[in-house]
Design a protein around this ligand. Structure first.
Ligand SMILES: Nc1ncnc2c1ncn2[C@@H]1O[C@H](COP(=O)(O)OP(=O)(O)OP(=O)(O)O)[C@@H](O)[C@H]1O
Ligand SMILES: [Mg+2]
Length: 237
């Protein structure tokens, strides 16, 4: 048997986040350390208010830590200027949120093309690539429909296409199925799983759904300011 060596993509060292509320400081978490290997699919679980979204924002260079560091390859995210952080997000990360944040007055295709246009792609190229991604998520027939007229599950598929159209290494998803009924949630989660492996992504998913977390390679539980790795099988089915 060959031992497959893990290639590290993300490394978190001694991460701390403090929010100031009035005169008091709320220490949301501290001393968080973990690393994520290339190609892994990780679930982050924990009670409401535990700090999962905050952690994901820091990992995606959308928010700054109060102490500690996040490394992605040789980059230390906390050391990036605002401009460099924006560039890092556009190049390396695909985000999916519980609420899709599509532009409702634009078509599905235009929404997916947006990040490519932001980075300066020609419209024709952006639209060709976006059409391909709408096919990937099973929505080629909806390309010219307004985003606001699509169902919740369809909107989340468009959001996934928009997240991946720039071919990021890292997919960060914050409760991507949280706003969907069970059947639709299952189909969106299955789609994420397939895209994760087809495109060799590294994926971190915040979820309250233990059945989905059990299907990930690893599970991190954020609880009372600490992070603990648990085995997926140990979660209640
Ligand atoms: N900008 C902010 N200023 C002050 N407090 C904040 C800020 N952002 C988040 N918090 C607080 O930090 C805590 C954690 O919030 P966070 O959104 O990270 O939790 P969560 O684990 O994602 O919860 P949920 O499962 O409900 O989404 C909450 O108590 C929240 O009120
Ligand atoms: Mg949250």
């Amino acid at each position: 048997m060959h031992q497959i060596e893990k290639i590290e993509l993300l490394r978190v060292e001694g991460l701390k986040k403090v929010f100031r509320s009035g005169t008091a400081d709320l220490v949301l978490f501290e001393n968080l350390s973990f690393s994520v290997g290339k190609g892994e699919m990780l679930a982050i679980v924990g009670e409401s208010g535990a700090g999962k979204s905050t952690l994901l924002h820091i990992l995606g260079a959308l928010d700054a830590a109060s102490a500690g560091a996040v490394y992605c390859g040789h980059l230390q995210l906390g050391s990036l200027s605002d401009e460099a952080a924006a560039e890092f997000r556009n190049r390396e990360i695909g985000f999916v949120w519980q609420f899709h944040y599509l532009l409702p007055e634009f078509t599905a295709l235009e929404n997916v093309a947006m990040p490519l246009l932001v980075r300066g792609a020609k419209r024709q190229d952006a639209e060709r690539e976006s059409a391909k991604w709408l096919r990937e998520v099973g929505l080629e027939t909806r390309a010219h429909h307004l985003a606001g007229e699509l169902s919740g599950g369809e909107q989340q598929r468009v959001a996934l296409a928009r997240a991946l159209v720039t071919r990021p290494q890292l997919l960060l998803a914050d409760e991507p199925t949280g706003d969907l009924d069970n059947r639709t949630a299952e189909s969106v989660f299955a789609l994420i799983t397939r895209l994760h492996s087809d495109y060799r992504l590294t994926s971190l998913l915040v979820t309250h759904n233990f059945a989905f977390a059990r299907r990930c390679d690893r599970v991190l539980r954020l609880q009372q300011g600490r992070i603990e790795e648990v085995t997926p099988e140990s979660l209640p089915a």
